[in-house]
Design a protein around this ligand. Structure first.
Ligand code: PMP
Length: 431
């Protein structure tokens, strides 16, 4: 297993029931959706819960302790993403929330340049507050850099922001972030990096990459759901009114005037998620404290086994945007003649394997990969012609046995179909 000491995940040996009878060790090949928690994260959560009290709002010992744990959680997150010393660390609910916060803080007349290949969380929030230039899926990294440069050169005068993904949640390729940041800087634009998928797999430094803002989600970084962060330059964040107006976001509320708190409190209105922030910081500290190049090498071997093994199965297509690019452990595929939901249901019910099916909240990219002839629900609850695929994703809990079990199962499904009948494309087994 590609885990290092200190990075053991909880629940790795869980056994799950099979619809065909008996139990089997759960093969979690869905790390890209939400990764299991690290054991050190679970321990940190226990510690906070043992001392649970109000945060920023109490004079008691436990309140002061929780406040200091919460405030102390910012620095490990800043260090983990390689932030500059004066970068703000704002805790959010997740990456989606971090982008919505940044969209709220854009100066007037900002142009946002974004590739259509982005996750919806990075693709959409700018539409309310900026002029959006949406770029077609680039053919390769060079094409991405050229397209971004041309769009930024042609934009209207005023501030600009380039949105860049670190690694795709659908096709896994790693994007040329430093090169994109360089062309943005040369054109006077800022860059926000979607590191939701990159950060769990690779070390990164926003300072070295020349990126202005980065967003991450705790639940993809081996911490529980409910906490993420926006890290980056504080000027736009300080100039904007609070993201959520209320307690904590205001320094003074007078009869006629309301004075807002400075960043980060300004954008963290309401009682914050101390448990989530501490969990995220603990995961960042643990992941940042190991040699990640060794983990990357182990994961690359597993991913190659997975992708090459799937591509060799008759009837299976592996979908890649840039086939020869460096990629994280995300492999998206389809099986000829089998709806993605049925394949995913059979993998779970008959083989104890957890994958994701659907359109992965990246409809333009999935539509492009699969062609327009999709088969229904896009996976975000939106019916349409997006098409559906199956995504297997590796992480710290993945073993060679999990990968080999998936390959055996897909070979069997592709050749003979599932053993059970499934009622519909939602994949419910027939009674
Ligand atoms: N960006 C990417 C690349 C993602 O994979 C995801 C989650 N699938 C998000 C953004 C959104 O993350 P969250 O759901 O945690 O807000």
């Amino acid at each position: 297993r590609p885990h290092a000491p200190g990075l053991e995940v909880v629940g790795a040996a869980a056994r799950v029931p099979l619809a065909t009878g008996g139990h089997v060790e759960y093969a979690n090949l869905d790390h890209a959706a939400s990764a299991p928690a690290l054991r050190v994260v679970r321990d940190a959560v226990d510690t906070v819960l043992d001392r649970y009290a109000s945060v920023h709002r109490g004079a008691g010992w436990h309140s002061r302790l929780c406040t200091s744990l919460y405030e102390g959680a910012r620095e490990p997150v800043r260090r983990f993403v390689g932030g500059r010393p004066d970068d703000a660390v704002v805790f959010t609910r997740n990456t989606t929330d971090a982008f919505a916060l940044l969209a709220h803080c854009l100066p007037p007349r900002t142009t946002v340049v974004v590739f259509e290949t982005e996750h919806h969380a990075a693709l959409l929030p700018w539409e309310r507050t900026a002029t959006v230039v949406r770029l077609a899926a680039p053919a390769d990294a060079d094409d991405a850099v050229a397209a971004a440069e041309a769009a930024l050169r042609r934009r209207s005068p005023g501030p600009a922001l380039l949105v860049v993904t670190g690694a795709s949640n659908v096709t896994g390729e790693v994007w040329p972030v430093a090169r994109l940041a360089a062309v943005a800087r040369a054109r006077g634009a800022r860059v926000v990096l979607d590191a939701a998928q990159l950060a769990p797999h690779r070390s990164l430094s926003v300072a070295e990459l020349g990126v202005d803002y980065v967003a991450v989600s705790g639940h993809k970084l081996y911490a529980p759901y409910g906490a993420g962060a926006l890290v980056g330059r504080s000027d736009w964040l300080s100039a904007a009114p609070p993201y959520l107006l209320g307690g904590g976001a205001c320094a003074l509320v007078g009869d006629r005037e309301t004075r807002y708190a400075p960043v980060p409190a300004r954008h963290e209105g309401g009682t914050p998620n101390v448990v989530g922030a501490v969990a995220l910081a603990t995961a960042c500290h643990a992941l940042g404290g190991v040699d990640r190049s060794r983990l990357t090498a182990v994961e690359a071997a597993l991913t190659a086994r997975l992708a090459d093994g799937l591509a060799a199965v008759p009837g299976v297509t592996v979908h890649r945007l840039w086939p020869s690019a460096d990629a994280i452990g995300v492999v998206t595929f389809t099986v000829a003649g089998q709806p993605a939901a049925v394949v995913a249901a059979a993998l779970s019910a008959e083989h104890g394997i957890g994958v994701r099916d659907g359109a992965f909240c990246a409809h333009p990219l999935v539509r492009r990969l699969l062609g327009a002839a999709g088969d229904g629900d896009g996976g975000c609850g939106t019916p349409g012609d997006v098409g559906q695929a199956i995504r297997a994703s590796a992480g710290l809990g993945t073993s060679t046995e999990h990968v080999d079990r998936l390959l055996r199962a897909v070979r069997s499904i592709a050749a003979h179909g599932p053993r059970l009948a499934y009622v519909d494309v939602d994949g419910r087994p027939a009674p």
